[in-house]
Design a protein around this ligand. Sequence first.
Ligand code: NI
Length: 172
Amino acid sequence: MVYKIVKYGDPVLEKPCDAVEDTEFGSSELREFAEDMFETMYSAKGVGLAAPQVGVSKRLTVIDCSVGEDPEQKLVLINPEITLKEGSQVGEEGCLSIPGFREDVERAKKATIRAWNLDGESIEVTGEDLLARAMQHELDHLNGILFLSHLSPLKRDLIRRKIKKMIKAGEW
Ligand code: NI
C-alpha cells in the first residue's frame, strides 16, 4: 500500500515521535507498515522515509540508498539513536515532505546508529556520505526536525514564505 506523503505545514512533521513499544516488535502489523513505507518511498523515488511523513508519529524510518536496486541496502531503523558522528560534508538535500526545494545542508560525514530491527534485535549501522546523510535526515524527522532547521534563517524564511503562498493558493 502506498501512503499519501504528508507535506510541510502538517503539525505531525514537527513533533517528536513516540517510541515503538516492545509488544509491537515481531508483529505482522509492524512488518506490513515497514513494507508499505518502502513501497511509498520507492514510488516517490526517495532514499529515506520516516513514519511521521505518512502521518504516523512513531520512531521508525526506512532507508535505501539504492532506491530499490539492491535489497541488501534496505534498512529499517526502529527507535534509533546516533552514537557517533565524525567529520563533515556539505551537500544538496531535499525532503519528500518539502517537494521542490533542495538546499545545501551540512551533516556529519560519517555516522553510527544504534537501533532495533523489526524482530526487536539490536543493530548497529555505520554509514558514510549519502547513507550518513540519509540517516541523520531521517533521525531528525523522528525528533520533529526538518532540514529547513539546518539552513540559515534567511533561506529558511524565504522557503517558508514560498510554501505559505503555495498553501494559500491551494498549490501545496
Ligand atoms: Ni525528509
